[in-house]
Ligand binder design. Structure first.
Ligand code: NAP
Length: 231
């Protein structure tokens, strides 16, 4: 059975990805801070997945999470970085704390997850990293400076890593969705109409497609938009 670590697995895109990869027969290490939600997800799948409580912004947590995953489930075939947060408003109202929180979760958390996963993958010259980025990794939106900065940064990180490891047998896929109807928007009321957004299952299907690509193909980047485009 192939092994995948998924951050942000307690809700939204990460959770939908966990369900899609369960259906595809993967063994999973489900990473987030909310223990109860992870335990409930393991129960729902009725599989021997691992609930791995960790904060992606903590170096110690992510070192421990990857080590525990490899010890319990075996070498990593893939890691999906779906943990992230967003907060929106005029830049003059953004506190340094809010700014740092988004950079930490969306950019540094992706870095730590990829770095620790690569330590397991590179010696075996085998593995696949998937980063859940955003249309906001390439398009500049107003009232979103911290989020856009974190996502453009995570895009740069992903593309740089891809070039660094592609000749080492590691594939790297950037997934850039438009708006997705997840609990992300509960924390950001007043956003686009939720019934026009992508469903998280569509993003999960894109992740599965990238992971299941034949060995002689690398899905470098997926842009996935609601049919009406940017909402
Ligand atoms: N929803 C959208 O419209 C949309 C569009 C494009 C891209 N994205 C991106 O997709 C990713 C997932 O978003 P979503 O819509 O699924 O959001 P969500 O429903 O709010 O889920 C976010 C997930 O990230 C986890 N998380 C947040 N901070 C974390 C931390 N410090 N350590 C560990 N886990 C953490 C949360 O778990 P815990 O709280 O349990 O830790 C949760 O599982 C984010 O990077 C987001 O920017 C979202």
């Amino acid at each position: 059975m192939k092994v995948c670590l998924i951050t942000g697995a307690s809700r939204g895109i990460g959770r939908a990805t966990a369900l899609a990869l369960t259906e595809a027969g993967w063994r999973l290490s489900l990473v987030a801070r909310s223990r109860d939600a992870l335990v409930e997800l393991v129960r729902e799948t009725d599989c021997e997945h691992l609930a791995t409580v960790a904060d992606v912004t903590s170096e110690a947590d992510m070192v421990r999470a990857v080590r525990a995953t490899v010890a319990e489930l075996g070498p990593l075939d893939a890691a999906v970085c779906a943990a992230g947060i967003g907060a929106f408003g005029p830049t003059t109202d953004v506190s340094l704390e809010d700014w740092n929180a988004q950079i930490a979760a969306n950019l540094s958390g992706t870095f730590l997850t990829c770095r620790e996963a690569l330590k397991d993958m590179l010696p075996r010259k085998r593995g696949h990293l998937v980063t859940i980025l955003s249309v906001a990794s390439k398009v500049a939106f107003p009232y979103s400076a911290a989020y856009v900065a974190s996502k453009w940064g995570a895009y740069g990180l992903t593309k740089s890593l891809a070039e660094e490891v592609r000749r080492e047998g590691i594939r790297v896929t950037a997934v850039l969705p438009g708006s997705v109807d997840t609990p992300f928007w509960d924390a950001n009321p007043g956003g686009p109409p939720r019934d026009e957004m992508l469903r998280p299952q569509a993003v999960a299907a894109a992740v599965r497609y990238a992971l299941e690509a034949p060995a002689d193909a690398s899905v470098d980047e997926i842009h996935l938009m609601p049919p009406r485009g940017i909402l």
